[in-house]
Design a protein around this ligand. Structure first.
Ligand SMILES: C[S@@+](CC[C@H](N)C(=O)[O-])C[C@H]1O[C@@H](n2cnc3c(N)ncnc32)[C@H](O)[C@@H]1O
Length: 265
């Protein structure tokens, strides 16, 4: 099946209903190992003794479950449904609602992460730069951004259909994706079939993700005032990672601040 212009009547806003099954659908993903890898990258490229971390598009908070053991974390996401799951799962953590392009928080962070291809939700190259500028605005000098991108145009396979099953024998979940390209973007209809109270519930969520090649993404980071590296990732998705620093002297770790030092805002 390829996508038509009209929306299927059962189509709902992305993540509105799937938030409830997201953790079961992605039970195969090893968030603990990914969080350990992020910690390694922070040690290697981040400011010394990084303390604060903002996870943009944090979803249900699965990376934060581990990252919060080592950092003072905040999670931010545009979806109230995803945040509801995150808050229930991790009641002690701080979560904020906002879009990655426009959020404004009062403080700056040592590290900002944006993982599992959430960055693909930007609308254009201009929007990608605007989003990365917003990340830079929320970083301390010397701070680090880690972005796990969506697929590059050459790796995206349009026209394919995938089936993924998850859940338990009593509460099975089937998700079937059809995919195509439109205006240089990847579009996927994700059909969910979920067992609920002895019935099968069906809905569709349409994902429309930007496809950027590596040079375009590196240029966007530079245009946002960041110094990027593109590195192969040992994450489950093998989509590589962008690790970018904000120039400037890293913050002096807490408790060792010179008394006359002025805040750099
Ligand atoms: C594939 S999920 C990734 C969630 C999480 N980072 C993970 O690794 O499981 C993509 C997330 O991006 C969020 N999202 C989509 N567009 C967004 C935007 N413009 N601003 C902030 N979050 C957004 C969605 O609500 C969803 O939670």
């Amino acid at each position: 099946m390829t996508g038509g212009k009209r929306r299927n009547p059962t189509t709902v806003r992305t993540y509105r209903r799937s938030a409830q099954v997201y953790d079961r659908v992605y039970a195969w993903k090893n968030y603990r190992v990914e969080a350990l890898r992020i910690r390694e990258l922070i040690h290697r490229f981040g400011p010394p003794r990084a303390r604060t971390l903002l996870d943009v598009a944090c979803g249900t908070g699965s990376h934060l479950e581990y990252l919060s053991r080592w950092y003072d974390t905040t999670g931010l996401d545009a979806s109230s449904e995803m945040l509801r799951v995150a808050r229930k799962k991790l009641p002690g953590l701080r979560f904020e609602r906002g879009s990655m392009q426009r959020f404004r928080l009062a403080e700056r962070f040592d590290v900002i992460t944006c993982l599992f291809s959430a960055i693909g939700h930007v609308r254009s190259r201009r929007d990608l730069v605007r989003t990365l500028q917003n990340f830079a605005r929320h970083l301390n000098p010397g701070g680090l951004v880690i972005v796990e991108p969506w697929l590059t145009p050459d790796r995206y396979r349009a026209g394919s259909v995938h089936l993924a099953t998850s859940g338990t024998p009593e509460q099975p979940i089937a998700r079937m994706n059809s995919s195509w390209r439109r205006n240089g973007r990847s579009v996927m209809d994700m059909h969910y079939l979920v067992a609920q109270h002895g019935k099968v519930v069906h809905w569709v969520e349409r994902h429309n993700l930007a496809l950027f090649d590596v040079p375009t993404q590196l240029r966007a980071f530079r245009a946002a005032g960041l110094i990027p590296r593109h590195i192969p990732s040992r994450f489950t998705t093998k989509r590589g990672l962008y690790v970018a620093t904000l120039p400037g002297a890293p913050a002096i770790p807490r408790g060792r601040r010179a008394p006359q030092r002025r805040r750099q805002r």
